[in-house]
Write a protein that binds this ligand. Sequence first.
Ligand SMILES: [Zn+2]
Length: 450
Amino acid sequence: MRVKTADLLSDSFENFLGVKQGEPLSPLLFLFSINDLIEDMNISPSADIVNINEVLIYLILFADDTILFGKSPEILQELLDKLLIYCNKWNIEVNINKTKVVVFKNGWQPVTAKFFYNNEELEIVDSYIYLGMLIHCNGKILKTQKRLALQGSRSLAALNNSTNGLYLTKKKKCDLFDSMVASVINYASEIWGFHRGNDVEIIHNRFCRSILKLGKSTPNVFLYGELGRLPMNVIRKQKVLKYWLKIVTHKPLIVYDIYILLLRDANTGKTNWVSNVRDLLFSIGLNFVWYQQSGINISLDVIKTRLKDQYIQSWSASIQDCEKLTMYRILKLDFCFEDYVDYNYNSHFFTKLRSGTMKLNVEVGRYTNILRENRLCTCCNMKSVEDEYHFTLVCPVYRHVRLQFLPNYYCSWPNVTKLMYLYQTKSRSLVGKLCNYLKSAWQIRSHLIS
Ligand SMILES: [Zn+2]
């Protein structure tokens, strides 16, 4: 080995050391040395080799990760044998313990084929992780997103640990979630984004619930509405369409060829990633974008806004259908982050009342199937349904705390307009007063009922 500078060449010396673990130079050196593997393999086209427009694909190299593949057991064994010859020639050792075979198949028929490298049998596994994405032999995504959810739950715990004790606004915490956790749970969702991803959504919902300090009974639509946050599946769709836009405008090598093959299948009625993209574009009224694929003239922002609007429509419909959110559907006007969430008050009761999850009789009676008109307040003799209105403005039992905390206007002549005004207010001081009232009234109620 010799070192070359601008005009000098050093004496030659022998090197017995490799580069350090994690050294940035190592993947580059490895690429130089592995480069001739593809020539040594010398595979000719056949029905057993994946062939995309005359490009044969049987070897994928990424740093020191090597993937061989073929459509039959025989071809895979042939590739393994050629790899062995190459490695023997250059004194490269393959770690057999880390070398696995995945047989892609439909259903659960057993795998009978055996594969050997250097006379050692290779283990056949159901899935493997490539570039951080779990790829399962049934080609389905369920386990991929389960694994991401597990990783996301660790990132969420790390986020909570590192922000514990710091004074951060909830809004800031949402930003941190997006960069530290959402990026993990939506990893590679350009590819798998059409899956429902239930496990991944659970992580997001858990975060929203902890921000608002609400229990499991809170409807998700309330969480999203109060924080102005989109569910992860909308974010994934945005990522899918961004990726699609990139493919059709930049036409990257091989990827674009694969895209065209999928497109051909989609046009004959098959369901695949491309047909899903088409259906998604149609569902947000962007049919024309689909038809102008050869010269698309639309910005990603427009697409993102359409997806968001589509979600807000279904969000709004869900609120209308949700019995708990009877009051919320009247008071919530815009899908946006509610500023009160960041007021440093005891806003917990306020949130609970807005979400209809405070355990007033109107809510508790739902579990025991009592007719709504019979879910009465047991603290006073008014024989009124104990709902948010009664509890906040009417019940005479709390009159003195009402007078203590709320402005006079709310202490007499109750009506629904006043109630709406109270729960819609953006005034920091009024929210504070209302929270104090709710807390004290709830203490009195708990005392009376026990
Ligand atoms: Zn009452």
